[in-house]
Design a protein around this ligand. Sequence first.
Ligand code: ADP
Ligand code: MG
Length: 142
Amino acid sequence: MNTVLSSFEKILRLLIGEDIVLRMELAPALGNIKADPAQGEQVIMNLAVNSRDAMPTGGELAIGTEGVVVGEPFVASLVGSTAGPSVLVTVSDTGLGMPPEIMARIFEPFFTTKEHGKGTGKRFIHRLRHRQADGRRYLGGK
Ligand SMILES: Nc1ncnc2c1ncn2[C@@H]1O[C@H](COP(=O)(O)OP(=O)(O)O)[C@@H](O)[C@H]1O
Ligand SMILES: [Mg+2]
């Protein structure tokens, strides 16, 4: 994941523009994961575009990786997850944020608050997740 993110950094910077600062916090000595690198890039790109759209006057986009061991309480809270060593990728921004009513709907494949033709969509992530059995997405509260 770190390799994919590092080689993708330049493109991400171009994508988000000069007013948004990109902060990469990649954990050293991270284990490998079973995933298609191109699909990983697509997921990160879509999240970065969402962040860019949420920061029209600039801000900070942070992307981090972390080696974690998924435990039973988490497994119980997230359908389809499995316990054991995993790589946690976090994407956060200092943008507008999301009120609860939007947050409740963001994994709906075609949900958008943007005018027609503008949005890019987690529908990509939705599609990818269906093809890629081991990936799990999790929405934090920040
Ligand atoms: N980083 C973010 N900050 C604030 N709101 C967001 C963010 N990401 C997504 N959203 C909200 O969730 C909605 C759905 O996002 P998404 O599924 O990517 O579709 P789209 O980008 O096409 O609107 C967006 O329209 C926006 O309102
Ligand atoms: Mg989007």
